[in-house]
Design a protein around this ligand. Structure first.
Ligand code: FMN
Length: 489
């Protein structure tokens, strides 16, 4: 009798345990906020537990929060918190070692500006005076080019809606303009990659008709020469990611690798580049920019020389300078590891060439390359950038956990996969708000840095407002490291 009673109680407890587990499991699968929990409820719970208790556990046997690559935990957590709208405030103190070479230190003003003295950051107009329909860009921080193909449909939709809510631009990346890009009705920069996806005729050549058609919807065009992760190598979309829909938008067969050439077949030098810029701007009336990684001084030198020779009508309206540390949906490791200057070297050099040539006002500068937190973005503004682009910052805002699987179609958070089961984790109507929060949070903290430096808004940041730690552990002001050049007459 006692045996039967205890057996019965044991079974009831067991059943309650199983039911509770089932309840948790189902709750996790149907909730819409957390991608990893929707896709992997058990592993996801474990991950959240380790994340919440991480500070206590990690100090015994796991690397510190500033150690991981490409992005350390401190940077990622800042983006996650900002995207969730829970703020970037920390307790106890910073884990950032200010003696590390390359550390960024801003020059705080003894008497910073009061709230009532703040001025909203002015918009910057691209192509003003040079094209029929210039683009007034309001947000300092914007979404860098990532193609529909590298990204999933729900990821692009969430970025589009988030960009619209935050008032920033969304760059299409090189895969063409898809219906997902326009879903949120945001401002769009159409990238023209070396394969000219979405803007080519049946022979694969640049199509004027398509350019005209696209100009009705996009704010600007961007000719991509290269990106920091793989300069000298065209886009790579592995066959497993080339679905019917993507193949149709790109004008290529489905299921086969989508490989862009290493450069535009009809642009082999600076003069041909300027001709193409001029042609698209005259045809469409829209600003036309160029995206490139920087290997040495040749590009910006010859660009400035050619613009001065031919006239400012031929200048690009903006230059996107992508650092060698930039990300990619798929890139050969050797190029990702070793090709192209990091943004901290490339940006001041290009800006100096533009200033020296008297072209800095004419050609706006957009900087990218791991500028995912406000300090790095503010450094770029100090150096001379007019805007910041980030790709992976926005991926983190969508819930990316840096699983590094963008190239094999198995992203666990649904961002870079076309596997419908995994995409289920990414709920557009939840995630778009995080995208917007991140963009607005970055802009807000850029303002905060400017105010601490005694400035009314972030566009007043200059090189004298930031110092960089050198190898000896002492810091040096950016305007001493890179003195402003004299304008050549
Ligand atoms: C998944 C993914 C896809 C990308 N696709 C493109 C692309 O189509 N065209 C392009 O110019 N850059 C592309 N990039 C590079 C980014 O636009 C950006 O230049 C680079 O990642 C640096 O910014 P980040 O460090 O903030 O990510 C891609 C990057 C990632 C991570």
């Amino acid at each position: 009798m006692t045996y039967i009673l205890s057996y019965g109680i044991g079974s009831i407890i067991g059943l309650l345990f199983v039911l509770t587990l089932l309840f948790w499991l189902i709750r996790d699968i149907v909730q819409k906020k957390h991608s990893v929990l929707r896709n992997y409820p058990l592993i996801g719970r474990l991950r959240y537990f380790l994340e919440s208790q991480g500070e206590y556990i990690r100090q015994y046997f796991i690397a510190g929060e500033r150690d991981e690559m490409p992005f350390n935990r401190a940077a990622r957590n800042w983006v996650y918190r900002t995207a969730k709208g829970v703020g970037g405030v920390i307790g106890f103190g910073s884990t950032n070692d200010l003696r590390e070479p390359g550390s960024i230190i801003f020059v705080n003003a003894p008497f910073p500006v009061l709230d009532l003295e703040h001025v909203p950051t002015p918009a910057v107009i691209m192509g003003e005076g040079y094209c029929r329909d210039p683009y007034t860009a309001r947000s300092l921080v914007n979404i860098s080019g990532m193609s529909f193909g590298a990204l999933s449909a729900p990821a692009v939709q969430a970025l589009s809606k988030g960009a619209a809510a935050a008032g920033c631009w969304l760059d299409t990346g090189e895969g063409g303009l898809s219906p997902h890009h326009v879903e949120g009705n945001c401002e769009i920069i159409m990238q023209i990659g070396t394969a000219r996806y979405g803007i080519r005729d049946q022979h694969g050549d640049f199509s004027k008709e398509r350019a005209l058609e696209l100009s009705k919807r996009v704010s600007a065009f961007e000719i991509k020469l290269s990106q920091g992760a793989k300069p000298g190598k065209g886009g790579v979309l592995p066959g497993g990611k080339v679905t019917e829909e993507i193949a149709k938008i790109r004008g290529i067969p489905s299921g086969q690798d989508s490989l862009s050439p290493n450069r535009h077949s009809d642009i082999a030098n600076i003069d041909e580049l300027l001709d193409r810029i001029h042609l698209i701007r005259e045809l469409t009336g829209k600003p036309v920019g160029v995206k490139t990684a920087i290997g040495g001084l040749e590009f910006s030198n010859t660009l400035c020389e050619a613009v001065l020779r031919r006239g400012k009508d031929y200048a690009p309206d903006f230059l996107v300078i992508d650092g060698g540390e930039g990300g990619s949906g798929a890139a050969p490791q050797v190029l990702a590891d070793h090709m192209g200057m990091p943004i901290m070297e490339a940006l001041p050099r290009v800006v100096d060439d533009l200033i020296a040539a008297g072209l800095k006002q004419r050609i706006k500068v957009v900087a990218s390359g791991k500028l995912v937190t406000p300090a790095k973005a503010a450094w770029a503004l100090c150096t001379g950038a007019d805007f910041i682009n980030t790709a992976r910052g926005f991926m983190f805002s969508l819930g990316c956990i840096q699983a590094m699987r963008c190239h094999n179609n198995s992203c666990p958070t649904g961002i870079t996969t076309h596997n419908k089961r995994l995409q289920r984790g990414l709920v557009v109507n939840e995630k778009f708000q995080r995208v917007a929060n991140y963009a607005m949070g970055m802009n807000k903290e850029l303002e905060m840095i400017a105010h601490s430096c005694g400035l009314k808004h972030a566009r007043e940041l200059r090189r004298e407002h930031v110092r960089l730690v050198q190898t000896a552990g002492n810091s040096m002001a950016m305007n001493i490291l890179y003195p402003y050049p004299v304008v050549k007459t």
